[in-house]
Design a protein around this ligand. Structure first.
Ligand code: TRP
Length: 336
């Protein structure tokens, strides 16, 4: 039986936070040990450019994300872990696919349309103000990422679903014109992609400035947890776990029987300050060993480069011959 191929990309635009950890990093690391599937995980640094980020920020984010995944025990023997920009066949495939993708398809992309709508709402004369071509063509680069490795399954958040549908459209059209060469992938949308709440109760996101960095040191971690918003119920007054950010975050880290116990304590009027201490201890215990490893890697990025090189070499064993096949199909060939 041929193995399913799972592939997912992480855009290198920020510091990994505990929301990323619970929603994406932790499940991916777990899956990286599964021998029944082939896993591809990559740092989408070319995608980061679409946001016209500052160079230092992209470089720092690449370092932090790769150090985090490795420190948390990613199995780089079983899974393939690489940096998108180390695979020159990806931008080549992007251009090939760009040539066969109708502009109308890209006009319909939600993220592009949202930006246009922002411009209209703010009364701009140019609807495309501030929109670069990388943002516009973003779904095509993503299609190339996915199609380059014959991925069959692409686990993503709901916001990326349309991009996978576009990838399917692009692949089907290619195959219709040039023969059965590309593999049409399926999206896997994890419903409970835990949307962890942040310090202020809104979704944890760097754009809201409400994150808890995954590897904040103990002092920072404690300080941030102390800042989490609660209601003003006094100690001794029963509390409802349902609208408690502290409880939500705790549930993402604790064992089922610990969660049950906290529910009882809530009903008995646990003080918020006490709950914050419990949450701190719980997260800190879990992340402490990886945090030390993370720090070692950050201080010695050469170790990370070795891993990324290994990943890129393995990825290119696939992409180099495959791009030849694709070139051949579309008429980019040697003359003799
Ligand atoms: N666009 C994705 C995101 O923002 C990241 C990404 C880039 C990706 N290329 C991909 C995800 C390919 C899955 C497959 O989350």
């Amino acid at each position: 039986m041929t193995k399913e191929i799972y592939l997912t990309g992480i855009t290198t635009t920020g510091t990994p936070h505990i929301g990323n950890y619970v929603g994406a990093i932790r499940p991916c690391i777990e899956a990286s040990h599964n021998k029944d599937i082939r896993n591809f995980y990559f740092l989408a640094d070319l995608h980061a450019l679409a946001k016209a980020e500052d160079p230092e920020r992209i470089a720092r984010s690449t370092l932090e994300i790769s150090a985090a995944w490795l420190a948390l025990g990613l199995d780089t023997e079983n899974a393939c872990f690489y940096r998108q920009s180390d695979i020159p066949e990806i931008p080549e495939l992007t251009w090939i696919l760009t040539s066969m993708t109708s502009k109308g398809l890209m006009n319909r992309a939600h993220s592009y349309k949202a930006q246009v709508q922002n411009n209209i709402d703010s009364g701009a004369i140019d609807q495309d103000r501030g929109i670069n071509m990388a943002l516009f063509s973003y779904p095509i680069l993503m299609a190339a990422d996915i199609l380059m490795f014959k991925s069959t399954k692409v686990p993503v958040g709901r916001d990326q679903k349309q991009h996978i549908e576009m990838t399917r459209d692009i692949a089907q059209r290619f195959n219709h014109n040039f023969g059965d060469i590309l593999v049409v992938p399926e999206a896997i949308i994890s419903e409970e992609t835990a949307l962890l709440a942040g310090l202020d109760g809104r979704k944890m996101s760097k754009s809201y400035d409400n994150i808890i960095p995954l590897f904040a040191n103990e002092k920072q971690l404690r300080k941030l947890i102390m800042k989490i918003k609660t209601n003003s119920l006094e100690p001794g007054v029963p509390k409802d776990p349902k609208d408690s950010v502290l409880y939500d975050i705790y549930s993402a880290f604790a064992m089922p029987e610990e969660i049950l116990n906290i529910k009882k304590l809530y009903a008995n009027g646990l003080a918020w300050g006490e709950m914050k201490n419990i949450l701190f201890e719980c997260i800190n215990d879990q992340l402490k060993p990886a945090r030390e490893e993370y720090q070692k890697l950050i201080d010695d990025p050469a170790q990370i480069e070795v891993q990324l090189k290994k990943g890129a070499d393995r990825a290119r064993e696939i992409s180099v011959p495959y791009i030849q096949e694709i070139r051949n199909a579309i008429g980019i060939r040697k003359l003799v």
